[in-house]
Each structure stands twice: as structure tokens, then as C-alpha cells.
Design a protein around this ligand. Structure first.
Ligand SMILES: C[S@@+](CC[C@H](N)C(=O)[O-])C[C@H]1O[C@@H](n2cnc3c(N)ncnc32)[C@H](O)[C@@H]1O
Length: 193
């Protein structure tokens, strides 16, 4: 049964992202998948903004492209068939100092190959890189899952890294359901202050 009061992680993620992103902003979807978050971001930034999206699977990018096209938002997005760990070399210089938000939704592609998952190594490189590109009050959101192979280790690695960020420069908030019996998930929100 669904809670009537406590927001699901996805709803809370969107609430926080809506507070950080304005029309005209530049943002990143670090894990495009089927493009739900990419479209959400594209609608938030509007026609004057831009979304850069990364995914290593062509299947994911094809699904996302179709979704964005159907919604009339394809022109305000750049879909990159590349790992998010390459953000430092693939994003244009202007984006590298002005990001309002980068969203990470870790794990495997829903409906795809469950063996092709995000990895702690690549995720940490991408998090460090994209964090350095945030404008003041820009945010990273990281939705971690522990139910799949490697998910728990990745969640630990992300949390350990986030714990080490200085309070003077970044705020890190964590949200999870501490009594969820299976397929644990957590949201980290990191704001550059
Ligand atoms: C949980 S899914 C994302 C779901 C997506 N946000 C949506 O709305 O459908 C995770 C995605 O991360 C992708 N991925 C795995 N390693 C990656 C990497 N190094 N860089 C970018 N994407 C990666 C997978 O191919 C998969 O599509």
C-alpha cells in the first residue's frame, strides 16, 4: 500500500529539482534511460534552456529521443551516447560553469539488460566532475538503489564520498525509507552553497 502522506523518492526528487531549476537554465541528466527525467528537465528549462543527457546504451537513447520528440522537446536536448564520467570533455565550456542541476538515477535500464548497471567508479568520477560545474545553489540529485547486483556497494561509495564534502561549501541531504524490507533506495541531494 502507498503512503498517503510521506512522498515517494521520485516525487521528492522532482520537488527539489523544481526549486533549483528555472526557465533558460542548463542542466544534465547523467543517466537518461527511457528519458522520463530528461523530459521532466526539458519541460522545466523551457525552450530557452538546454538539457545534456548521457547514457551508454543506444536502446535507452532511442527511447528517450522518441519521448522527447513526441513532447516537442527534442531541440532543447543533446543526447550523448557516452558515459557520464566523460562529462568533463563532452560538455561545452559554457555549461561547465553554469549547471543548475544534474540528476543521477543509478542502476539498470527499466525493461533493459539488468547486467548493464551504473558502476561506483564511473559514478564517482561523474559526481565529482558535475559537482565542480554547478553554479551557486545548483544541485546534484542521486537516486541510489540497493536491490540489484552491485547496487549496495555503489550506494555506500556515493554516501561515503558525499559525507566528505565540506559543510562550508556544500549541503548534503539524505532521504530514505529506513524500514523498507526489499529493494532499498535512497535520495541524496547536494547543493553548492
Ligand atoms: C535507472 S536507469 C535511468 C532511468 C531514467 N532516469 C529514466 O527516466 O528512465 C540507469 C541508466 O544508466 C545508464 N548508465 C549505466 N552506466 C552509465 C554511465 N557510465 N554513464 C551514463 N549512463 C549510464 C544505464 O544504461 C541506464 O539506462
Amino acid at each position: 500500500m502507498r503512503s498517503a502522506v510521506i512522498p515517494p523518492i521520485l516525487d521528492l526528487t522532482k520537488q527539489v529539482v523544481r526549486a533549483a531549476v528555472r526557465p533558460g537554465d542548463t542542466v544534465v541528466d547523467a543517466t537518461v534511460g527511457n528519458g522520463h527525467d530528461t523530459l521532466f528537465l526539458a519541460e522545466l528549462v523551457g525552450p530557452a534552456g538546454h538539457v545534456y543527457g548521457f547514457d551508454i546504451q543506444a536502446q535507452a537513447l532511442d527511447a528517450a529521443r522518441a519521448r522527447l520528440q513526441a513532447a516537442g522537446c527534442l531541440e532543447r536536448t543533446t543526447l550523448l551516447h557516452a558515459g557520464h564520467e566523460q562529462a568533463g570533455t563532452m560538455l561545452p565550456p559554457a555549461a561547465q560553469t553554469s549547471l543548475a542541476c544534474a540528476m543521477f538515477n543509478l542502476g539498470y535500464l527499466p525493461g533493459g539488460d539488468k547486467a548493464r548497471v551504473t558502476t561506483p567508479q564511473a559514478t564517482l568520477i561523474a559526481l565529482r566532475t558535475l559537482l565542480s560545474m554547478l553554479r551557486p545553489h545548483g544541485i546534484l540529485t542521486v537516486h541510489c538503489y540497493t536491490g540489484h547486483n552491485g547496487g549496495e556497494a555503489e550506494g555506500h561509495a556515493v554516501l561515503e564520498w558525499a559525507h566528505g564534502l565540506e559543510w562550508e561549501t556544500h549541503r548534503v541531504a539524505r532521504y530514505d525509507f529506513c524500514n523498507k524490507p526489499r529493494n532499498g533506495e535512497a535520495l541524496l541531494v547536494i547543493e553548492r552553497v
